[in-house]
Every structure is written in C-alpha cells, then in structure tokens.
Write a protein that binds this ligand. Sequence first.
Ligand SMILES: Nc1ncnc2c1ncn2[C@@H]1O[C@H](COP(=O)(O)OP(=O)(O)OP(=O)(O)O)[C@@H](O)[C@H]1O
Length: 548
Amino acid sequence: MSLHLRDLAVGYRKRTILTGLNATAERGELTVLLGPNGVGKSTLLRTLAGLQPALGGAMHLDGADLDELSHTDRARRMAVVLTDRVSPGLLTARELVGFGRHPHTGFTGALTSHDHSIVDWAIDAVAGTHLAGRDVSELSDGERQRVLTARALAQEPGLLLLDEPSAFLDAPSRVALTGLLRTLASERDLAIVVSTHELELALRVADAVWLLDHEGVLHTGPPEQLALDGVISATFDTDELRFDLTAGTFVLRCATTRTCRVLGTDAAVLGRALSRTGWASSTSGTADAEIRQTANGYLGLADGKSTDLPDVAAVVSWARKQPVPVVRRADPADVATALARASAFSPYFAVDDIPGRTLGSIYADRDALTEAVRRTGLRLGVTEARVAASTWQFGLAARLWSIALGTVAAGDVVADLDRLCYRLDDDATIRLSLPEPGGWTAPDLTPLLTRIVIDEHLRPLHEGLRKVVPVAEGLLWGNAAAALHGALRLAPTELGKQLLATPELANALSPQGIRRSCCLFYRTPTSGTCGDCPLDGATVVTMKESTA
Ligand SMILES: Nc1ncnc2c1ncn2[C@@H]1O[C@H](COP(=O)(O)OP(=O)(O)OP(=O)(O)O)[C@@H](O)[C@H]1O
C-alpha cells in the first residue's frame, strides 16, 4: 500500500512547473523530498494534498485515484502540514489539534473520549503537552509548527505530507521531529513525504529520497543510491561545499595541501576539524602527519616530532602551526615490514610488546640508571661501576642503532624511536618495544636520525649516566660510534656511514677501538678477518663473547 505518482505534471494555470513525475512513497517509510529553492517541492506537495489540481498524469493512494476522492475521504486518508501561516483565531493548541479529528467525527463535530485520547497522543508525540492550554495566536513559530504537526497526526492519516516542518524549529527540535516522523512511519505504518532543506539529517534518516534536480527531473531511491549515482553532489555541491560520499555529509572544499592520517574513534570528527585548516584526512599510505587518539587526548606526529594534544582545540591549533613538512608519516605497511626486519636485527626489540614507560624517561631517572649499572656489574662480575655503566650504555646504543638502521635499510623509514618503551630485566638487559608502531620517511633521513638517536637518546643518556657514574664522555661516544659500526654491518646504508661523520662519533675513538667494541657486541668470530667490517679488511681483535 502506498502513494504512486504516474507521469504527474504540477504547476499553475499559466506555468507548468514539473512534468513527468514518477515515484512511489511506501507505507512504513519516511520519504524525503529534496531540491533547490524554487524547483517545485511545495507545488508538488500542494498538488498531492489536493490544494491545487494536477496538470496531468495520475496520483493513487492505496489504489484509489486521489482526484476521484471526496474532500472528506481525502482528509481521512491524508493529512498535510504546510509552511503557510495560519490564523487560527482564539483557539487553544488543544482545540486546534482537535480539528484534526473532524474527518472522523459525526455531523455535530463533537469529540468522543477516543478522539480526545488521540488528541492527547498527538500532542504528546510532538512534545507539546506544555503548549496544550495556550492560545495558538500567542505561540512562537516553532511552537505553532509543532501544534500543526500534532493536528495532522490527530487526523490518523495513511499518508502524511509535510512541507518544511522543521523550518521554524531549533536544532534539538528539528532532530526530535525528524526522529518522530521516522518512528511514526514505521510504527503506525504511515507513508510520510516530507520536504526539507535539512539535507544531512534527512539523508541519515530517510528510507527513500525524492530529489528534484535543477532541471526539475525527479530522482528516487535510497539516499545512498542517489549519493553513489552522484545526483546529490550534482544538485547540491557548491564552490565551498561538496558532498562526501563516505561520511554522508557535506564538507568544506578547502585547498588541502597536506594529508594527515587520523587514527582512533574520533577520526571522523577530527578529520572535519582538520579540513578547515587545509589538511585532508587519509587512512592509508604515506601522510604528511598523523594524529592518534590516546588515553589522555591525542598525539600529533609531524615533522619527526610527537606532541601531546589534550583536546580538539589543541589539535586544530597544532595543525595550523605545522610547516609544510619535509619529513612525512610513512605508509604503515612499509613501517610494519621495516620493523619486522629491525626486530630480526635486534633480538631485544619487539613491536607491541612492552607498553609502559618511554625510554626517554630513564635518562633523567637516577634511581633507574643506578639500578641498571648495579645489575650489569653483578652480571659481569665487575666491581668497577664505570665498566658496568659503559657496557650497559653500549648495549643500549647498539639496540637504538640497530632499530634505526634496520628500518632504514628495510623500508627507507625511521621508526618512532621517540616512542620506544623499555623494560629492564633482572640481569639489566634492556628490552625495547614500540607499542604503537609508526615511522617517518623523507628524501633524506640523516638529519632526522641524527636528531632522534643522537640528540634525543644518546646525549641525554650520556648526561644521565655521567650524573650517576663518573664515566668519561669520550668513552660513551666511542661506544656509540662502535655500536653504529656494528649496526652498519647488519644493515649497510649510506645514511649510516654519513652518521659516523657526526662530530661526537667521528672524534670519539680510534678505528681500532671501534672495531674492538663492535666485535665485542656483535659476536663476530673471535679471530681472523671480518669481511663485513666497514674498517676495510682489518684484523679482528680477539675478544670474549659479548655479554652485553
Ligand atoms: N501561485 C503561483 N503562481 C505561479 N507560480 C508560482 C506560484 N507559487 C509558486 N510559484 C512558482 O513555482 C515555482 C516553484 O515554487 P515552489 O514554492 O513549489 O518551490 P520550492 O521547491 O518549494 O521552493 P523553496 O525550497 O524555496 O520553498 C517557483 O518558481 C515559484 O515562483
């Protein structure tokens, strides 16, 4: 059972507005009539309501030709809420809603108790109970609209036509009315046709859409079908706004020059906020930046740095300030491959293994550093704290370089080394992990690696350690250089060799010393020539197996 339009033409005596209209509005469904200003929505609804004659074609409601129904019969079957202002005289809202019962009352027009209960229901349905006793002439536009909707409901029609019913309503009332129409359609098996300019809301709740385009052609179907067909975009897109098929909403057409990967449940909302600042959201591939949802808000990652952002305002302000980045967020697929390779290089490194304290926090933690040195001393059986500190630091530096160069060699990416977490085992072995894998890419990763590994890890590590144990700075940098040599043997990259030229590393130790430490940590043959050694064919110094 439903409303059928067949080749319908509507308009005025001197002017035909729309022709060739074919559509169906099913009972139990909310059909939304959309179209630009002046295209003919009101004219169509007024024609369906019998307020003006059709200029051609036919309209059938539940099989009956609407043109052949008497006025009362029509009123029993359909109700109309129009935008026209009404002058209801000195009626209370309840009395006006009661008029909706007239097609069902006898000659006297007296309402029965059944009629009264329907009136109560209709007033309640539009959340208008508090308005019931008020004079309609004293109501606001929005309040009057509610009462008129209640009057239409009181008619208990099979077809309900509404022309922009939410035009005068505030935002919560619009949402509530749209929800109410949706519920009424399905629960009371009504065919509801409602015209509106509330495009996004309508597209969310409508079962079906009748869309009149600029040429007056009527397109019908589920909202998603019309979206996929491009009809919604073609009709409503402007220079400033465009319909986003995935989000089902209109989005600003900003000149987006940068892409930001947005992760977490707030991604859609953040994506919208970012679009206003010239960022396009992305879900895969390489991006200029990344925003992740965290327990405390968000984490912004851009230009090789991560920044805690407590709320959306902070995200927007951060996004606005970002320069056009040279260093970009790497494709997650590339990062995953690179991290797998790095894990193979560094057996004490795992992805997603040790959530908790970030490695950076240990450098300023005297107690943790003292404990690490103490446990290393116990393991090595040495009493001299300097030896223990140096050995422990060498192991950590080796891990950092292995992960860094491992990811560079495997995928031309640098993992988020500033997000590394750590655990100190009983024997002082330091285990690293990256609980939320991610990384960077850039045409030249050398400055980034220098900054992250040397400035953000090694330098603070050395400073922290020297506050706990009087170990020579040169020795620590020598260890760092040796560790880099070792990592280079596993993951030879031009970039790694460039890093050796960093002043602290280049000046720290003699080649002989580098080779010694390097062989110690990387467990190469205890004698003979190491073919892989970047120190060209040098004889390997006999060393014991590493315990680092
Ligand atoms: N009584 C009338 N006589 C002649 N033309 C009319 C009459 N009423 C409206 N029109 C014209 O019919 C066309 C369609 O108007 P209608 O009000 O149906 O459009 P609409 O789609 O409801 O517009 P809006 O979204 O702005 O409410 C408009 O060009 C309008 O000027």
